[in-house]
Design a protein around this ligand. Sequence first.
Ligand SMILES: [Zn+2]
Length: 108
Amino acid sequence: MPLDASRSEPRTHRLSAQEARQRLEHARDTRLAQLRALAGTGRTADDGFLAEQKAAVEGVLAEIDAAFARVADGTYGRCEGCGKPVPAERLEILPYTRHCVACRSRTA
Ligand SMILES: [Zn+2]
């Protein structure tokens, strides 16, 4: 491993695994609360709006689970598009994102 490989990347731009887990846990709690709120609306399961909302929240929960797996295997915070670290400011807003802003706008 080259000694100077990471010298130009400030350590502060990466979240620690512990910080990442805390943010992901918070994001998951928020989504689970949304699911409970949706279930408590009294709407029926065949309601299209409810199904749509529920599917969207469940999709995010799946992304959060995938992000937890990336924390565990050490690839969390790395963009799947370009391989560069995703800026910490972006991970604070979207802790389960797989892409940096540039790659996101390219794939969206
Ligand atoms: Zn990227």
